[in-house]
Ligand binder design. Structure first.
Ligand code: DGY
Length: 325
């Protein structure tokens, strides 16, 4: 083992307990003001560093990775999604990349259900009516939403998070459909209907939940043509990545009433989201908070640290090594 602690650049202000372990294990460069680095600033700040602990929203593009100092041997992202890290560019530089799978499954599935129910039951309109002092009292026609019990939920991407959403939706007696690269074994499928072709699933989705990673193939996958295949008055829920949705198409369908509502926790280009979302009463919007519980954010940080420690302190392969696809 080296006689100095490896130096790790933390690109964000991470949870207290995570930073406590980070500084105990490593010579850590922290970011107490939580200023987000752009590419050139990141290259400069990582001078002399062995690794970078980054997060969703840090753009580690091919260009930035090419410019990183030779000392950088690892990038550990504090996220399960890693589309913000150009893994192929990192592989070219022999830089290992790790992520934080599993630990945010339940928290993200919970938020998906919040989005589903918030959209179906017009939660945005209800809270706005109340907080703007416009509630006249209970009336028989007030805020009538979409009944969820017994409806069909189509899950695009049946990985860990998709499966956890299905488990929760079964408690609402929803019927589960899913599309995934491969069919799940019966014990994980639990009676859900598999669609090898995701387009063929769309007519069966009273609610479509997007749980697929953001890749070149899924970019703007939910477009006007596919929205037209959903049943009228369907609901779209997105807790994966905003880029999977074509905002113009979704907004048009929400404005026209073709879709009943949407529940969105993630947005293309966040935090600068498409401005029309702000005025859509039938959009229940959250600021990318799927993993935002104390337990989950700590677990994500500890997982990132498990990976950094394995690689930098123990000379082992990071347990959550990400490979270029
Ligand atoms: C992730 O981990 O990919 C999330 O989107 C951040 O919470």
């Amino acid at each position: 083992m080296a006689d100095r602690k490896p130096r790790v650049l933390a690109t964000r202000l991470f949870p207290l307990d995570v930073e406590a372990r980070l500084t105990a294990s490593f010579d850590a460069i922290l970011n107490p003001e939580d200023r987000q680095y752009d590419g050139p600033a990141l290259i400069k700040a990582s001078e002399g560093c062995d690794a970078i602990m980054c997060a969703a929203g840090d753009a580690l593009t091919a260009e930035t990775i090419a410019g990183l100092p030779a000392s950088v041997r690892m990038i550990a992202t504090f996220s399960v999604g890693y589309e913000h890290v150009d893994v192929a560019a990192a592989a070219k530089r022999n830089i290992a990349v790790s992520n934080t799978p599993d630990v945010l499954t339940d928290a993200t599935a919970d938020i998906a259900l919040l989005c589903l129910l918030g959209a179906a039951r017009r939660a945005h309109e209800g809270t706005t009516m109340l907080r703007t002092h416009n509630w006249v009292g209970w009336t028989p026609r007030q805020l009538m939403g979409v009944h969820v019990t017994g409806r069909r939920l189509g899950i695009l991407g049946m990985g860990r998070i998709g499966q956890a959403i299905a488990d929760r939706a079964r408690a609402f007696r929803m019927t589960i459909h899913y599309s995934n690269r491969s069919r799940l074994p019966p014990e994980l499928e639990k009676g859900a209907t598999f669609h090898a072709d995701p387009d063929a699933m769309l007519p069966h989705c009273d609610v479509l939940s997007i749980n697929t990673p953001m890749t070149a193939a899924t970019r703007k996958w939910v477009n006007a043509e596919r929205i037209a295949k959903l049943p009228k008055n369907a609901i779209v829920v997105n807790t994966a990545r905003g880029g999977v949705v074509d905002d113009e198409a979704l907004i048009a369908a929400l404005k026209s009433g073709r879709l009943a509502a949407a529940g969105l926790d993630v947005f293309d280009g966040e935090p600068r989201i498409h401005k029309d979302y702000y005025d859509l009463e039938n959009a229940f919007l959250l600021p990318h908070m799927g993993s935002a519980t104390v337990d989950t954010r700590n677990a994500m940080g500890f997982k990132a640290l498990d990976n950094l420690e394995a690689f930098l302190l123990n000379g082992k392969t990071p347990p959550d090594l990400v490979k270029a696809s």
